[in-house]
Design a protein around this ligand. Structure first.
Ligand code: NDP
Ligand code: MG
Length: 382
């Protein structure tokens, strides 16, 4: 039996994680659930899973929840997140929170020797070196939930990582893959939120449309698998059936395939190192699909991907700036304060004016993150 703390319980990944846990009550038990402000949904999950603790984003949310909950301790904000990630009873922390806010809970969970299933890619982008240093020091398992990274992780099982030639990350192309750049000038929020293959939270759906998501994933792969950027390729694969591949030195390529169902990588991280059944899901039907398509990735069409790879290669504090500028820009796009193409403009602006700091510590990262958000807000208001 694994005892689990789940951060981001009311989100897209969080709800699918609960679906996996619900289907395997003999294997997993919830210790704590953390969420932001969605009290309606959280109430149902608290009733169903009876966690010992819940964490909410702010005092107002705590007040709303208090009337509905008895027997569950309600904590607030970052101190609460850290407490439920480090509690003695916890074996596995699933970090499915969105954004940089997931960084400190992640570091604290690792320091408390917890196994970590990580969906929260922003944490690895903004401070991958700190996370991986802590993982190495505390010898914990850091298990990827993101489908591409789960695919690579699965391809690497039983392999010697020294024999990897390169990683091949696949990209669906997002909501706007069929449009030219000229056709992106006046796209709406609703258009951007229509992902062709995956149903996900709003922020990552916009990141997929801008291709920033793939850029964040390249940086995420660099840290998770310890490979140089020139050993990480991205190709377009519009069916999202091959979730990623590994080419080995002997030119053998191993791929992981499956339907676009996030429960598969989530469950693999939860059940690792074994596999357990996913009963109410369809098998992959290759005959109905009949063909899979691949195209070269066009970095000019998708400048966010190019900027992310550059920021990753350059390293230091640049990925922190990239991530913070993107989080702020996407939030403002979703709030109708910025155009879709404005997202890449402000990220470019923030990166260009930043003076890189090598090997930033946690305090520096948090300060740069804050400062970048301010700069982006200012620039957009202007
Ligand atoms: P959602 O927007 O659907 O969910 C985000 C979750 O985080 C919600 O539970 C939200 O709570 C909670 N949350 C947000 N801010 C705070 C805060 N300050 N304190 C506490 N909780 C907070 O996101 P997704 O599930 O789509 O994505 C989660 C992470 O997983 C992201 O990093 C994303 O990039 C990654 N990911 C997602 C995939 C997907 O298929 N969705 C695929 C691969 C990676 P509430 O809603 O209650 O306010
Ligand atoms: Mg992904």
């Amino acid at each position: 039996m694994k005892t689990i703390t789940l951060l981001g319980a009311t989100g897209s990944i969080g709800q699918q994680t609960l679906a996996v846990i619900r289907a395997h009550p003999d294997q997993f038990v919830i210790h704590a659930l953390a969420f932001g402000r969605n009290v309606e949904l959280a109430r149902q999950f608290i009733y169903e899973f009876q966690p010992e603790k819940v964490v909410v984003q702010d005092k107002e949310t705590k007040q709303k929840l208090t009337a509905w909950v008895s027997g569950t301790k309600i904590l607030v904000g970052l101190p609460g997140l850290i407490e439920v990630c480090t509690d003695e009873a916890v074996d596995l922390v699933v970090n499915a929170i969105i954004g940089r806010i997931g960084l400190e809970p992640t570091l604290q969970a690792i320091k408390a020797n917890k196994t970590l299933a990580i969906a929260n890619k922003e944490t690895l982008v903004t401070a991958g070196h700190l996370v991986m240093d802590a993982v190495a020091k505390h010898q914990v398992n850091l298990l990827p939930v993101d489908s591409e990274h789960s695919a690579i992780f699965q391809c690497l099982q039983g392999e010697n990582e020294q024999t990897v030639k390169k990683l091949i990350i696949t990209a669906s192309g997002g909501s706007f893959r069929a449009r030219t750049r000229a056709q992106l000038a006046d796209v709406s929020i609703e258009d951007a939120l229509q992902h062709p293959n995956w149903s996900m939270g709003a922020k990552i759906t916009i990141d997929s449309a801008s291709m920033m998501n793939k850029g964040l994933e390249v940086i995420e792969a660099h840290w998770l698998f310890g490979l140089d950027y020139d050993k990480i390729d991205v190709i377009l694969h519009k069916e999202s059936v091959i979730h990623s591949m590994v080419e080995f030195q002997d030119r053998s390529v191993i791929a992981q395939l499956g339907n676009a169902d996030m429960r598969i990588p989530i469950q693999y991280a939860l059940s690792y190192p074994t596999r357990i059944p996913l009963n109410d899901a369809d098998s992959l039907d290759l005959v109905s699909l009949s063909q899979l398509n691949f195209e070269k990735m066009d970095l000019e069409r998708f400048p966010c991907l190019a900027m992310a790879i550059e920021a990753g290669k350059s390293g230091g504090s640049l990925p922190t700036v990239l991530n913070a500028a993107n989080e702020q820009a996407v939030a403002m796009f979703l709030n109708n304060e910025l155009s879709f193409l404005g997202i890449e403009d402000v990220i470019e602006y923030a990166l260009a004016r930043h003076v890189k700091i090598t090997n930033p510590d946690l305090e520096t990262i948090l300060a740069i993150d804050e400062e970048t958000r301010l700069i982006v807000r200012d620039q957009i208001k202007r």
